[in-house]
Design a protein around this ligand. Structure first.
Ligand code: NAI
Ligand code: MG
Length: 357
């Protein structure tokens, strides 16, 4: 089978790290005999918006629908397009219209990467954040009453559906079950958010009954955040609602060095739609144009893509493991980009990873 990949660099350093992501993915695909058909796309970018007054062509969904995956750089160029316009006009449309209800973010501390937490070494931190990606606290339901007066009231609703909640919990239990430690932490706040969160906890208990081997515990988001920093070695798989997951999945990578390393997968596990693989970081206008961005987050996202395409088996799993092993070696031995204290540019670091693959 040949996999069809839509390649969307987007804006800023998305355009600089994408060639390195592709270099590594292609090297691994060639080595393990995985066929890839790449379609290069220049929309879903602020350049496109400047020329056309919108982020994407009207038939964007039809163009992407038949793809097996979307390999995505970063979107946003606040100097020309407001961030809510660029984000809601592209990436958030992909996540919602393609029902990519899982946002999966590995958090791992590598050798050779300075850890901001004292006393931690490679291997101590190795877990996944599973974030609900389509509902929860991120809605536009609500409004302002008595606007501009002293009686002003603002209401913002959250939406938790049984379908949406159970499917993300199920995914997290499955992932925990597949890992040696089989631990799942369920982020909650049922002491303060007294309607949705107790219900979320009940759903977790119910789903958990089908996974007796998984040791699941619930932690309130406040103390859970503190433990990310103080005891990151406790975690194996962490599952959270959209808002809590968003916060945890930035805090996790922050605890393991630099945002330039953190990958993510936006998944439709049922594969009705293409899933999307992207670095956690954005377009970094402050460093764009110098070719100094760290390409590892993009490359690692490519490894997640190959793994998902082949259901975590056979050639795709081997390709994933080869890419991650090459990343490990380069982080340990160099060349390293400046965010890691080195002098190498984006291309040098990317080429070093590809050469090892
Ligand atoms: P950012 O992630 O682009 O940058 C934050 C800081 O991290 C900057 O100092 C940047 O230089 C540094 N950085 C980021 N990636 C790096 C890499 N690979 N290597 C070395 N250093 C790196 O976040 P920021 O500045 O808040 O947002 C900039 C633009 O990106 C905005 O338009 C924002 O909306 C957009 N954005 C897009 C995302 C996406 O496409 N998924 C995610 C986050 C932000
Ligand atoms: Mg975020």
């Amino acid at each position: 089978k040949t996999y069809r990949i839509a390649v969307i660099p987007g804006d800023g350093i998305g355009k600089e790290v994408m060639p390195e992501g592709l270099r590594a993915v292609q090297a691994a695909a060639d080595k393990f005999g995985i066929g890839l058909e790449l379609t290069h796309i220049d929309w879903a970018s602020c350049d496109y918006w400047q020329a056309h007054g919108k982020m994407m062509p009207d038939d964007w969904k039809a163009q992407l629908q038949g793809m097996d995956a979307i390999f995505f750089g970063a979107v946003g160029w606040p100097a020309t397009v407001p961030d809510h316009v660029s984000l809601w006009g592209s990436l958030l449309k992909f996540r919602r219209e393609f029902d990519q209800y899982i946002n999966l973010r590995p958090v791992r501390l590598f050798e050779g990467v300075p850890c901001p937490l004292a006393g931690r070494k490679a291997g101590d931190i190795d877990f996944f954040v599973v974030r609900e990606n389509t509902e929860g606290e991120y809605t536009n339901l609500g409004g302002r009453i008595f606007e501009g007066t002293e009686r002003e009231i603002v209401i913002q609703e959250s939406v938790f559906s049984r379908h949406g909640t159970e499917r993300v919990l199920k995914f997290a239990f499955e992932l925990a079950q597949s890992r040696p430690r089989k631990k799942l932490t369920v982020a909650t706040k049922s002491n303060g958010i007294a309607v949705s969160m107790p219900w979320w906890d009940e759903r977790a208990d119910e789903i958990g009954r089908s996974y007796p081997e998984v040791a699941a515990d619930k932690q309130h988001i406040d103390i859970l955040s503190a433990r990310f920093v103080l005891q990151p070695d406790r975690f194996d798989v962490v599952v959270a609602s959209n808002l809590f997951g968003d916060i945890l999945s930035d805090l996790g990578p922050a605890c393991t060095g630099t945002i330039g390393l953190a990958p993510s997968a936006n998944l439709d596990p049922e594969r009705r739609f293409p899933s999307l693989f992207e670095p956690v970081h954005g377009s970094a206008p402050d460093i764009y144009g110098q070719n100094i961005a760290n390409p590892v987050a993009m490359i690692w996202s490519g490894a997640l893509m190959l793994d998902f395409l082949t259901h975590g088996q056979g050639a795709g799993r081997q390709a994933h493991d080869a890419i991650v092993a090459a990343i490990e070696t380069v982080l340990r031995e160099g060349p390293r980009t400046r965010d890691l204290g080195g002098q190498a540019d984006t291309t040098e670091m990317g080429k070093a990873v590809a050469a090892l693959i």
